[in-house]
Design a protein around this ligand. Structure first.
Ligand SMILES: Nc1nc2c(ncn2[C@@H]2O[C@H](COP(=O)(O)OP(=O)(O)OP(=O)(O)O)[C@@H](O)[C@H]2O)c(=O)[nH]1
Ligand SMILES: [Mg+2]
Length: 383
């Protein structure tokens, strides 16, 4: 590992340690590009800009080569740690086939396939022939209906009018009365799947509202759902790919190709649009617990160095293969993480948990950045 200290300002002065490669780093919303060429080393923030905090922010980072930065705002300097490129994948091995998927026994009956689930299953069997078995999914709630409406319309307009993939909307009971209204907003085939959240009974400590990482308990249910329970739900049986969107997600311009076919023809496991970082308060012990897991299970230790705390894929946009999440490796990992209780005690997010899993279990060439898709989520925009 190499460490360089960089002073920022109008003229960038680099306290130089010889760099062996060019790469891109980020800290908060800042973007740093370190490049070496013609005998000199340069640091740029954003494309052609030296204005670190305000402009030229390019949200980009190659997850295959990681670095992390501590940014001292008072002294206008950043510290960059560089790791050499090493193969972080344990999964160049072939992904297991469906019959080898294993869901821990005690969790198997969490959900039953209800009428809507059966309807969806028939749809997948009968109406998706000749195309990848892909679906878009949301988890939403009554208070976000306005957002959901805008999101569904943006998907219709920019993707689904042409590619016609089904959309599954997971929701709690309070949304049921709004189902007919939601159906009227879109031409997509919608399937509504009611779920009930509960705090898992195996937690030994009480789950409290006020933790340093301010997140309501509903948010923590959402994190557990997206990282674990979703993959136990019978509605997804038979699917190959899921495209997750949040109700605040907007597809901002036409997508000119079928993203599910793209995943399939390129043998991709994970598709993302941006890499971001979590608050340190929300990842207390997550990386440390993973390190213990890695050690115990003889997973190559360098895997995690490529994905240092608290990095995450901004997974309100996530197109992924179910082979990844249903693999024995992920199922065993998420079972371990879940049982530690950190999702409820510290608000370990689905995004950092799944980011770690991608770093551990997916070969770098099977991770793809969908930089060409116009996307917006709150203040984040991919133009
Ligand atoms: N049914 C239900 N859905 C939820 C709950 N909490 C979050 N969600 C949904 O899960 C998705 C992600 O939640 P957000 O609150 O947007 O989380 P986030 O994107 O990490 O946070 P922001 O950056 O604040 O948007 C959204 O579609 C929410 O509506 C909940 O308690 N119940
Ligand atoms: Mg959101």
């Amino acid at each position: 590992m190499k460490i360089i200290t960089i002073s920022s300002g109008f003229a960038l002065v680099i306290s130089l340690i010889y760099l062996t490669f060019s790469d891109t780093f980020f800290e908060d919303d800042h973007f740093f590009k370190i490049s070496e060429g013609a005998g000199k080393t340069e640091l740029k923030s954003g494309p052609g800009s030296l204005d670190l905090p305000q402009s030229g922010r390019k949200r980009d980072m190659d997850p295959q080569i990681a670095g992390i930065i501590s940014h001292d705002r008072t002294h206008s300097s950043v510290e960059v740690q560089l790791w050499p490129t090493v193969n972080r994948s344990i999964s160049n091995r072939p992904v297991k086939n469906e019959s080898q998927y294993g869901v821990p026994e005690n969790e198997q009956n969490e959900y039953v396939c209800d009428i809507e689930c059966n309807k969806f299953q028939k749809y997948v069997q009968n109406s998706m022939q000749g195309k990848p078995k892909g679906a878009i999914y949301y988890l939403t709630r009554q208070s976000r209906l306005g957002d959901l409406r805008r999101s569904l319309k943006s998907v219709d307009l920019n993707f689904n009018f042409k590619y016609a993939y089904p959309v599954i909307i997971f929701h709690e009971a309070d949304l049921l009365s709004s189902v007919p209204t939601i159906k009227s907003w879109t031409n997509s085939s919608l399937f509504f799947q009611e779920i009930a959240f509960k705090i898992p009974t195996f937690l030994s400590e009480p789950v409290i509202e006020n933790i340093p990482c301010l997140s309501p308990i509903g948010y923590r249910h959402m994190c557990r759902f997206n990282s674990k329970l979703l993959y136990q739900h019978p509605i997804i049986k038979g699917l190959e790919y899921l495209w997750r969107l949040d109700d605040e997600s907007l597809i901002t311009r036409p997508v000119s190709y079928d993203v599910f076919s793209f995943m399939k023809s390129n043998n991709l496991m994970y598709g993302y649009i941006w890499i971001h970082r979590d608050s340190r308060d929300c990842v207390i012990d997550l990386w440390e617990s993973t390190a213990k897991y890695i050690k115990k299970n003889n997973i190559p230790a360098n895997s995690l160095q490529h994905w240092p705390s608290p990095m995450l894929y901004y997974n309100n946009f996530e197109i992924s293969s179910l082979k990844l999440w249903m693999s024995q490796e992920y199922q065993a990992f998420i079972e371990y993480i879940d049982k530690l209780g950190g999702i409820y005690y510290h608000r370990w997010g689905d995004a950092p948990i799944k980011g770690i899993a991608v770093s551990l279990f997916v070969a770098p060439h099977q991770v793809h950045k969908f930089s060409d898709i116009g996307y917006k989520h709150n203040t984040f925009k991919n133009e």
